[in-house]
Ligand binder design. Structure first.
Ligand code: DQA
Length: 144
């Protein structure tokens, strides 16, 4: 079988509102702008990128299952589901490609309920607090 060349980027709930939502925490960039930067970075590394956003837990699960078939790695910002979703944690555990969890904000410097990620400990690693550059660092880690 040919080696997989794709990284799947998965954005969780409310990230479609980036650029409008709590800009003092999440910045001014829209999701489309972030995705365009990620695509440019991936192109420069000869890596294919799929980008996906959903506000629904089930759709995120389906995308993780799809990534299991198609991708050699996953970068996911599970957003609020990081703190609540056993189902997403189980899907990350179930799939073979390594998963990097990313957050725009530093979840450890925020409210107590955000400081616990149910998904982080089943990921290969976590990048938190570097704004949209967290995604680039996640992609970089998977390529390396
Ligand atoms: C977030 C942090 C989460 O606590 C929050 O629910 C989000 C975004 C981040 O990228 O900083 O929606 O994942």
């Amino acid at each position: 079988m040919a080696a997989k060349k794709k990284i799947a980027v998965i954005h969780g709930p409310n990230l479609n509102l980036l650029g409008l939502r709590e800009t003092s925490i999440y910045g001014q960039e829209t999701l489309d702008e972030i995705n365009a930067t990620l695509k440019r970075y991936a192109d420069s590394k000869n890596v294919e990128l799929s980008v996906f956003q959903s506000n629904s837990e089930g759709e995120i699960l389906d995308e993780l299952h799809k990534a299991n078939e198609e991708a050699f790695g996953v970068v996911i910002n599970p957003a609020a589901y990081s703190h609540t979703s056993v189902a997403i944690r189980d899907a990350i555990s179930a799939i073979v490609p390594p998963v990097v969890e990313v957050h725009l904000s530093n979840i450890y410097s925020r409210e107590e309920f955000r400081q616990k990620s149910l998904t982080a400990s089943v990921c290969a690693g976590v990048v938190t607090g570097f704004g949209s550059y967290s995604y680039i660092l996640g992609i970089k880690a998977l390529i390396n």
